[in-house]
Design a protein around this ligand. Structure first.
Ligand SMILES: [Zn+2]
Length: 70
């Protein structure tokens, strides 16, 4: 059993630049293209910023209505 092994961080893999969003390099890190599976706080933070910046039309609507990206 691997009870002492901590749950590995899962980073967000940016398919546009083909690297992990928070800047880690190498293949030793777990990553996903699905934002909901990301556990790395740095990646989550960057991802939230990026989503807001990448969807100008939607973010305008969202902010006008006080919606939160989830
Ligand atoms: Zn990360």
């Amino acid at each position: 059993m691997e009870a002492l092994t901590p749950a590995p961080l899962v980073h967000y893999f940016d398919t546009h630049v083909h690297q992990i969003l928070c800047g880690l390099r190498g293949f030793d890190h777990r990553s996903t293209k699905h934002s909901r599976g990301v556990t790395c706080q740095a990646c989550v933070g960057l991802l939230g910023t990026r989503l807001a910046a990448d969807a100008p039309g939607r973010s305008d609507v969202a902010s006008a209505h006080g919606w939160k990206a989830s």
